[in-house]
Design a protein around this ligand. Sequence first.
Ligand code: PGA
Length: 225
Amino acid sequence: MTTHARKRVLANWKANKTLSQARQWAEKFLQQELRDDYEYVVCPPFPHLSAIATEFPQLTLAVQDLSTFEAGPYTGEVPGYVLQDLQVRYAILGHSERRKYQHETSALVAAKAEIALSAGITPVICVDREEFENQLDQLDAKVRNNSVFAYEPVHAISSFGGHEDPLEITLETIDHLRRVAGSHVPVLYGGSVDPDNSLMYLQRSEIDGVLVGKASLDAEVFARL
Ligand code: PGA
């Protein structure tokens, strides 16, 4: 089980929000009554990171992806050290949308996780129910021991249908995942988490937090998780 005392609650905005909408979200979110036992983490699109980091230093930031390249002649890439400079704490890696639309392989995700760690950024590695043994197979011991895992059954993600599994199946799969990845690894759950079902996950000692897409887009809704 994890030693991280607070539950991690991640707002994955995906490809949503202009900068002014991102600022409005942050202002509204910080006016809400927030829980001390959660670590709230905001994952904006890349172009907003600098403004959010500077104007709202109370917010913990994550990125939704990270380059496999370090500094150098790699047009279009955003390397880890640039993100480290913006106080980014986490990087969501291998999200099922990236595996589907950008054809990311588990080997690529493993390479990104290495780069994240070398930039002092904790990988949040997304894995699916059917595939997680193969997805974990590519990760070396250093990555396994220093990452957070996000268990997200693809069919439960709102953009892929939003069909949630019964809680017992989720807990069984997380238990299996820990038997493969290591008994101590932090595991988040993701897939159509909203204020109506969030406590079912967050009250479980086996689940170290949630990765939230759709329900994170409204600051008041996200703060009610
Ligand atoms: P959702 O997305 O909460 O909209 O299902 C979760 C995710 O894709 O990480």
